[in-house]
Ligand binder design. Structure first.
Ligand SMILES: [Zn+2]
Length: 98
């Protein structure tokens, strides 16, 4: 017995809807993972932050400094300018000399 033409159409529609739902679920899972994973890097880019401070050592770095990326996320402070960092009593890092 030959299947009616709409049989295949129903399959295609079901598949498309299923794939779309899967994509939404995956996207949701990825974005819900960790609010902080909208990474520090992205924040730096968006706000054109050039200096990163470490609250524990009271030192600040150029954002390109390798030591800056080692600062634990919760101790990071972002500065728009060198002056702002100095006003917060942060000291320039001797390695990158901001
Ligand atoms: Zn540094």
């Amino acid at each position: 017995m030959k299947r009616p033409w709409w049989h295949w159409l129903a399959w295609i529609v079901a598949f498309t809807v299923g794939a779309f739902a899967c994509r939404l679920a995956i996207e949701h899972a990825l974005s819900a993972q960790d609010p902080l994973s909208q990474d520090v890097e992205a924040v730096i880019e968006r706000h054109q932050i050039s200096y990163v401070g470490d609250m524990t050592s009271q030192a600040f770095h150029r954002k390109s400094c390798p030591l800056a990326s080692q600062i634990p996320r919760r101790f990071r402070v972002m500065f728009f300018s060198r002056r702002a960092a100095l006003e917060m009593k942060f000291n320039p890092c001797p390695h990158c000399q901001p």
